[in-house]
Design a protein. Sequence first.
Length: 485
Amino acid sequence: MSEVPGLAIEPAPRSSRNGSHSESDEEKSEGFKKPDLKETLREVIPEKRALLKKVKANGSKVIGEVKVENTIGGMRGLKAMIWEGSVLDPEEGIRFHGRTIKDCQKELPKGKTGTEMLPEAMFWLLLTGKVPSVGQVRKFSRQLAEQASLPEFVNKMLDAFPTDLHPMTQFAIAVSALNYTSKFAKAYERGLNKADYWEPTFDDCINLIAKLPTIAAKIYQNSYRGGGALPADVDPEQDWSYNFAAMLGKGGPKNENFQDLLRLYLALHGDHEGGNVSAHTTHLVGSALSDPFLSYSAGLQGLAGPLHGLAAQEVLRWILQMKENIPAKYSEKDVHDYLWSTLNSGRVVPGYGHAVLRKPDPRFEALMDYASARPEIARDPVFQLVKLNSEVAPEVLKKHGKTKNPYPNVDSSSGVLFHHYGFHETLYYTATFGVSRGLGPLAQLIWDRALGLPIERPKSINLEAHAVSRTLIGTALVPALFEYP
């Protein structure tokens, strides 16, 4: 393979803005000297492999049934894949290794400033099932900062894109191009014991997570700020979210609230079980032993779809449109009537309902609690309209009778918060989602390799097989699923 000028695969040596790095009191502490993430995972893997062996012994046990509605309805509800990090309950919402969002907000380490959990602490929990110490997370944050810079050829590629090329197109291409640096791909070419697949996969995943904010910030700078250097360099003394905020132009003490919002947003959006499009796509492509860069690039392209990752921008556009079409001093009735006019025109109310949830989305509640506790957001007219909508819309949607879940989902609140802090470029919101969503699928991809899970290959069935009394499947003639009258 030929050299690419400026390619920097290995992380730069530790440094700070004042020059060479010296060990701080925090680093000398016992918490900082506990096993790092890779060693913690190495300790967990044997136990998980033993559990998989026990599960395999019950391979013939039935865990569910497949109905016709499953095959034509997007496979909703089918229990058909392994996903370690989170479980989504229709009534309770998401749990991360048994912990609710509120549990995580209490237990996971927080930034040096602010009060919200760190996304890198969430990744640690997703991957290992353990809550890291403050020292362990600080060390991990520094590792991510050290690997955040992009190879020069990726920088040049991003600079060469048309500024109006969709941010998600740019994002997916850049992540895919990082495949050039893949340790897993190179190790697989040389020959690697299957039991060891997880190690270079881990290295690739950490390298990618480290670079996601840099890619996203570079896209924002080129597309909306005229290009040129990013507003700030990555600071190895700061956390992943702070550095992302700083590269977006929101560094320093005056932007602490935005930095804390970003921590919460990135932690909340990191994982939501394995069946959603971006997570499942990453898992599916990875099951063919594609490296993490190619796998997550595919996931990003799924995230770019209007039915998946574009919802936050659609909610904000709809809210702003509502604001323009109701009186300045609007009442609850004005909102009620506007909701009905939307529904009666054959359109949907964006930001409500969920494929699995049947109660209000706990992620929505967490973001609303964050906003309500900060007077500068609580006074924002757009936020107030979102809040009133969340109170009025459920009853309207229940009376309309065409949704199984009339409650707000996370997309109802996320876009308006970015808007409050000056990010009005709604096309970019999905790129921020893409930075976050890397956490869950990449953690699972490491487990896919550690457990030796096979390539995904479900059986497909055509409409005739549903409709006729007998059909040929494979080489055997079998009864159809049912008889039509």
